[in-house]
Design a protein around this ligand. Structure first.
Ligand SMILES: [Zn+2]
Length: 150
């Protein structure tokens, strides 16, 4: 019964995040059309590479990025970046599942709030702080379990 409830919950999460996922799929199709690739990793479509991947990787800071998440779609510059950023981006996938179509406006508002208070719009963004906190917790757990197994 619990599996049934979690399957229903997951289905609603996909539906709730669908407008953002549809936007991500549009960009994903562009990546595919320009020589990129796609694969599904734990229920999320990961697009990467091609001309768009090289273009975004070549941009100067702060415009360059390794990956960006839109619903259940992650757009990355290359497969290595996707692998290294996967934990962080999957936190954003769960945020989309919670916030649905309100995620992107809430994300922008959080950045504007931080900038208006003299802080960094990306690093201090509520959603980014949450993603980095989960990412660092998972990395420290992995490190301690690796030490235990060594
Ligand atoms: Zn992030």
């Amino acid at each position: 019964m619990r599996t049934f409830h979690s399957a229903i919950f997951k289905l609603f999460a996909y539906i709730w995040a669908l407008p953002n996922t549809a936007l991500g799929l549009l960009f994903g199709l562009l990546i595919l059309g320009l020589g990129g690739k796609v694969r599904i990793v734990t229920g999320v479509a990961e697009f990467h590479g091609g001309k768009t991947g090289r273009f975004f990787a070549s941009l100067p800071r702060p415009l360059c990025f390794g990956a960006i998440t839109l619903g259940h779609v992650i757009l990355g510059t290359c497969q290595q970046e996707l692998a290294s950023l996967r934990e962080h981006e999957h936190v954003h996938v769960r945020q989309y599942e919670r916030w649905g179509m309100f995620f992107l406006p809430a994300y922008v508002l959080s950045s504007l709030w931080e900038v208006s208070h003299g802080r960094h719009g990306y690093r201090n963004n509520f959603f980014e702080r949450q993603a980095y906190a989960v990412e660092s917790t998972q990395k420290s757990q992995l490190t301690s379990s690796t030490k235990r197994n060594a």
